[in-house]
Design a protein around this ligand. Sequence first.
Ligand code: ADP
Ligand code: MG
Length: 331
Amino acid sequence: MIQAATEKKVLLQVDHLKQYFPVKKDSTFKPKTYVKAVDDVSFHLFEGETLSIVGESGCGKSTTGRAILRLDEPTDGKVYYSGKNILNLNKKEMGKLRGDLQVIFQDPFASLNPRQTVKQILNEAMAIQKVVEKSKRMDRMLELLGYVGLPPEALERHPHEFSGGQRQRIGIARALAVNPKLIICDEAVSALDVSIQAQILNLLKNLQKQFQLTFLFISHDLSVVRHISDRVMVMYLGKVVEIAEKKALFGSPLHPYTKALLSSIPVPYPTLKKERVILKGDVPSPIDPPRGCRFHTRCPFVTKKCKEEEPELRELGENHFVSCHFAEELV
Ligand code: ADP
Ligand code: MG
């Protein structure tokens, strides 16, 4: 296990994670093919930080989050938490960890049982993880509602009686109910109006401080990511192309793909104006990704080397990693 060169404590370490999904064969004679959704991804999360994963739809963000939680069993790799590779834990051991590792999805409608009241939803979460004894659960539920800004009356209502933002607050309360350490937020505010987004992001930030939470924040929306992150990881076609602290990533991005993503944000970045990168074409299929650098088919700076050799993730600035053969020359 590689420890990051800093005093901050690493809460979770992902090493060489791979998630390949078999593709249904249309003929028994064809060789088995796979969607390489996540293909050799490594990163770590410091305790108490927010690391965001960004990238276009289909680049493997959700799959990375799901693999960490073992919602899908990863094809290969290791995920260290509390010094243990959690991919080796049996069902019972993993069950104990479920409280520590929580998830909030984009659509709380899909993850909140429509037939349950908020009281039943929160009660069930606490009962499964055995975090609060029965006699104290009512007090705890009221406390949780307070943390997420919902009134006590919310307890007797069902998810459909709430607005989108309020439903997301219920999802957050349910995650908090089991005293989590890490919360994976997968497009948690993407379905909300911008003003509501800001409220939920601020709520998450406040709760993070209050409870020393660590967030893995998955989003395709760079304005949201700019608001909430400490560090940002950019993915393209199942690979990490760049990881850096937020300021460095937004202020001096190194990968041509990151530059292209940033130049599409409505808020102008004066430093980037001169070298706007407009991407041509579509993202290639993750079933048969391009050889060499996966981005080479869309990169304006492509060379022969890019088509042949896969670039490694290299540290070019303090805690600033990029996988591009020519990152130094393109600055
Ligand atoms: P993102 O969250 O970045 O939009 P995903 O992680 O959902 O991307 O998907 C990455 C790739 O993996 C996509 O090509 C997607 O179609 C594919 N994929 C995701 N889940 C499955 C699955 N269960 N079976 C087959 N392919 C999948
Ligand atoms: Mg997704």
